[in-house]
Design a binder for this molecule. Structure first.
Ligand code: NAP
Length: 255
């Protein structure tokens, strides 16, 4: 299996990449953060399944096209694209939010997911061997939250992009699904708790405990929890699953 993972230097993206490599796939890592080079080196050599990496902005169409060419050269084809790159954006309320900040969140989280899904779909259509696209949406794209107007709107968009592309690509054997993580123990989540504490005049620890109180399974999720569901969605075990957004949230939100 030949896999491209965006946001591969981040908490969840790294776990997803490690999972695919551990399962015997070959992976190409994409991230804006130049530390993606270090992440690739830590995950292994070409023999271990690390086919290559690029520091590239998912929101910039020419950069995505160039990065996709490089991924193709390293992998020899693309069977799976995992869109994990994302930003949390401003914690301010919509009433006071700068339009430029709002646009940036949508550009990275939604347009970036579209651009890499498009690049992957074009390659998979040409290969005529089917494939899978797995997008990382969010709990906050499934229900509104204070301080998450831009982020939530961008992630809800990811879920609907997923449904539309699943319908368009299904006849070609290309499945498109999304995973909506809940509270996952990464820097992005800790940043969110710091912002909540600043807004509410509480402490980080108080906010951490409050979040845990909302989770029926009683713990934060891990990158590995998300990676397991992504790996399943990319596998033949999910051969009849497409157009879905699957919550990985410890039971915070039921369906
Ligand atoms: P993270 O550790 O911040 O990882 C995100 C990665 O994406 C970072 O390496 C970041 O680089 C990179 N990135 C940001 N903008 C980019 C761009 N324009 N082009 C390419 N790469 C870019 O966050 P995470 O917690 O692993 O989140 C991964 C995904 O899961 C995100 O889509 C996030 O929205 C989603 N998610 C996370 C949670 C959670 O609780 N952690 C919950 C629901 C959904 P920089 O470090 O340079 O910004």
């Amino acid at each position: 299996m030949r896999v491209v993972v965006t946001g591969a230097a981040g908490g969840i993206g790294r776990a997803i990449t490690a999972r695919f490599i551990g399962d015997g796939a070959r992976a190409f890592l994409v991230d804006l953060d130049p530390s993606v080079e270090e992440t690739a080196a830590q995950l292994g050599s070409r023999a271990d399944g690390v086919a290559g990496w690029v520091a590239s902005d998912v929101s910039c169409a020419p950069d995505v096209d160039a990065a996709a060419d490089r991924a193709l050269a390293c992998l020899g084809g693309i069977d799976v694209v995992v869109n994990c790159a994302g930003i949390g954006g401003p914690a301010s309320s919509a009433a006071t939010m700068d339009p430029g900040d709002f646009r940036r969140v949508v550009e990275v989280n939604l347009v970036g997911t579209f651009l890499w899904s498009r690049a992957g779909a074009r390659q998979m259509l040409g290969q005529e061997t089917g494939g899978a696209i797995v997008n990382i949406a969010s709990l906050f794209g499934q229900q509104g939250a204070v301080g998450a107007a831009a982020y939530g709107a961008s992630k809800a968009g990811v879920s609907l992009l997923t449904q539309s592309m699943a319908r368009e690509l299904g006849p070609h054997g290309i499945r498109v699904n999304a995973v909506a993580p809940g509270h996952i123990a990464t820097e992005m989540h800790w940043d969110e708790l710091r912002a909540r504490a600043a807004r509410a005049g509480t402490s980080f620890e108080e906010e951490r405990v409050k979040v845990l109180g909302e989770v029926p399974l009683g713990r934060h999720g891990t990158g590995a929890d998300v990676a397991a569901v992504v790996a399943w969605l990319a596998s033949d075990d999910a051969a009849y699953v497409t157009g879905q957004t699957i919550g990985v949230n410890g039971g915070v939100l039921g369906s």
